[in-house]
Design a protein around this ligand. Structure first.
Ligand code: SF4
Length: 146
């Protein structure tokens, strides 16, 4: 996951380097079907860092650091939003998290749809725990050794 954070950081630094670099104007005598690249008019992409859910309790701290230092423009959350959608609100307003809601990366939310079962956080969310699909998921995992 550190590699993923670093890749986005390197892309961000590369883009910032492009914005400040000088590009020679292409000669009009050079036949080309391409427009000359001009970084001064380039609208930089918005970068979204990934894999932060793996940080679990440390996610808000690392995400804040990464955004504050320009390593990424924002942090995208996937599975963490299933188990704990209020995580960042809690971190910023309460300064504390609810540990039992933190995604522990068991991957049931992805194993289920890969097997034709509705996605959800079966291990941590009582709504999904009570669904019959949870038993179906358990059977699939047992059969496949997942
Ligand atoms: S099923 Fe597992 S990986 Fe998916 S949100 Fe819940 S705890 Fe996280």
């Amino acid at each position: 996951m550190a590699r993923q954070i670093n890749v986005v950081r390197q892309v961000s630094e590369f883009i910032k380097g492009l914005k400040s670099s000088r590009v020679e104007k292409a000669s009009s005598a050079t036949p080309s079907t391409f427009q000359p690249f001009n970084p001064s008019t380039l609208q930089p992409p918005i970068l979204i860092g990934t894999a932060y859910s793996y940080l679990q309790e440390y996610l808000p701290h690392v995400a804040q650091y990464a955004v504050r230092n320009g390593w990424t423009d924002m942090v995208g959350l996937g599975r963490m939003v299933l188990s704990y959608p209020e995580m960042l609100a809690d971190a910023t307003t309460k300064g504390a998290l609810t540990p039992k809601l933190i995604c522990r990366t068991f991957s049931d939310c992805t194993t289920a749809p890969r097997n034709g079962i509705i996605s959800g956080c079966y291990p941590l969310d009582d709504h999904y725990k009570a669904r019959p699909e949870f038993q179906e998921l358990k059977a699939v995992k047992k059969a496949t050794g997942a």
